[in-house]
Design a protein around this ligand. Structure first.
Ligand code: XMP
Length: 529
């Protein structure tokens, strides 16, 4: 497969130069929240390479180094002569001070966590509309002792005599603290002061503009050819398909491989609600039997995943061949494959400047590498919350855009033991009850996802009415997380847990026990298999 051009929108970016801490993505997101387009770039780019990206402004991020450490990343002084507005944050602030002739010293006075900032004079420049004293999140050992020539000191802290500075005529600014973290009071205000008052940018990164821009780009890329898009039932593929449908209409065919491992209502969401909302042409491959017979008697989790992945590829290829043949009869080639790759995937795989990035983990085992399609990836510039906003703007139902992450192999990896229709039916019912109660309690946004797991090989004794039961337990696994890499178990209210437990044991014949998983990740993963 070939990768499309790396430029992702027609907007000039605010470049966030990543000095290697975890904050660059956060800064980029805060800039987007101010409705300004931002992109993350590695600090290894030269000034020339940075300027070649035609940035609207540049933000130098924090980083773990000391500017005096051997091999510490530095910034060329020539960057500050290019007429591009620059904001240095934390390490970026110190690197900027050092490059321009200020003094940065290791005073031995470290500041970590909430620290009081005291303004020098009135709140002005990037500190406009912030009070004389406020709390900010710090994380530094070195500090700027003397600002470079021409810079005006805006604030100090106990450990940093120069905690913020500005050279207004040159649009150069810096702060020692982290305005991007929520613990910094007025952090967003400071970023917006830089973007709108300092760099004089327009707030034009809006959902409406994103849609318009992407629709135009898709039309340009695809022309009159045809495209196909696999729908998984998840948010990303649904929004990517809806965008492409908006751009090229009838030239797009969506493919939905129903592997029979989805949750209650999900196949209908794709087949009925998605189609009703978008008018997309949908090819449904009902392959439940194929998957169930391939999974018959299999209990090992990795073997299950491999089987599901393999069968998915076969089913998708069969569907694709049918669509390609039909298109060829009509004389129009299928040249493009739509993928819902998101910006964090692009950044994590090296900034989108390398080869095509197809995450097998997220595509039920991945699509075949040798498919002869060019990729259309209209979400490559977007964070997840932006994807949801675009989906809502395109009229996708709330149940689709608000959907929690769900693994490609579906309920196949939430049944501990062999998978069969009877067990799937039990789990689907239990899962639907748990989800409905979570939604009714208004807590959808408080949990990242809440798998319900059927311990199909375990039975325990219970009593219901006058009779003894010998049923299966289900596990509730509600977790809170930022990115699924780490997670904590969600402290759901007892009343809610009681309602879920009562309803499942009363309404789902065969389940007589509900247990709660109170393990963080690590050591537990989110899914049980
Ligand atoms: P774990 O279980 O590794 O899951 O903590 C992290 C996140 O990834 C999802 N997940 C998957 N998604 N295919 C997917 O598309 C998979 O095979 C798969 N396994 C786990 C999981 O739901 C969680 O959001």
């Amino acid at each position: 497969m070939t990768n499309p051009a790396t430029a992702q929108t027609s907007q000039k970016p605010v470049l966030v130069v990543d000095y290697g801490a975890q904050y660059a993505q956060l800064i980029a997101r805060r800039v987007r929240e101010a409705n300004v387009y931002s992109e993350i770039v590695p600090h290894t780019l030269s000034t020339e390479q940075l300027l070649a990206k035609d940035p609207a402004a540049i933000i130098l991020s924090g980083g773990p180094s000391s500017v005096y450490a051997d091999g510490a990343p530095s910034v060329g002084a020539d960057l500050f002569e290019a007429g591009v507005p620059v904001l240095g944050i934390c390490y970026g602030f110190q690197a900027m001070a050092a490059a321009l002739g200020g003094t940065v010293a290791q005073t031995g006075l470290r500041e970590y966590g909430a620290t009081e900032v005291t303004l020098v004079g009135e709140g002005r420049s990037i500190l406009a509309a912030t009070p004389a004293h406020h709390n900010a999140w710090m994380s530094h050992g070195d500090s700027v002792q003397q600002a470079p020539d021409g810079f005006d000191v805006l604030a100090s802290t106990a450990g940093a005599p120069v905690a913020a500075f500005a050279y207004e005529e040159k649009c150069l600014y810096g702060v020692q603290w982290h305005p991007e973290v929520k613990h910094s009071d007025y952090g967003q205000q400071i970023l917006e002061n830089f973007l709108f008052n300092g760099a004089k940018l327009e707030a034009n990164w809006t959902t409406g503009n994103i849609v318009e821009d992407q629709v135009e780009r898709i039309r340009e890329q695809v022309g009159t050819a045809r495209a196909i898009c696999g729908l998984s039932g998840g948010v990303d593929s649904a929004v990517a398909a809806a965008l492409v449908q908006n751009a090229i209409g009838e030239q797009l065919t969506c493919v939905f491989v129903n592997h029979g491992l989805l949750r209650e209502g999900e196949a209908e969401q794709v087949e009925r609600d998605f189609v009703a909302a978008t008018g997309a042409k949908l090819y449904v491959a009902n392959e439940q039997d194929r998957f169930l017979s391939a999974l018959d008697g299999v209990t090992d989790p990795e073997t299950k995943r491999k089987i599901i992945g393999r069968e998915f590829i076969r089913a998708f290829e069969a569907a694709e061949a049918a669509i390609v043949a039909e298109a060829a009869d009509a004389g129009e080639p299928v040249r493009f494959l739509v993928q819902g790759t998101l910006y964090p995937d692009v950044v994590e795989s090296g900034g989108g400047e390398g080869a095509a990035n197809i995450k097998s983990h997220h595509n039920v085992g991945g699509l075949p590498e040798d498919m002869q399609f060019e990729l259309v990836e209209p979400l490559r510039a977007l964070f997840k919350d932006e994807v949801r906003a675009v989906g809502a703007q395109l009229g996708l139902p709330a149940e689709i855009v608000g959907r929690q992450p769900f693994p490609g192999p579906g309920l196949g990896i939430r049944i501990i033991g062999a998978v069969n229709e009877e067990r799937l039916t039990l789990l689907r019912r239990a899962d639907a009850i748990a989800r409905a109660e979570l939604t009714a309690a208004g807590l959808d946004n408080d949990v990242w996802q809440m798998p319900v797991v059927l311990l199909a090989d375990v039975r325990s004794v219970g009593v219901q009415g006058d009779g003894r039961t010998y049923g299966h337990p289900v596990v509730l696994r509600p977790v809170s997380s930022e990115d699924a890499m780490t997670a904590d178990w969600s402290r759901l209210p007892y009343d809610l847990l009681a309602r879920i437990s009562n309803r499942i044991t009363n309404e789902v014949d065969g389940i007589n026990r509900v247990v709660l998983d109170v393990t963080s990740k690590p050591p537990g993963t989110i899914e049980w298999e």
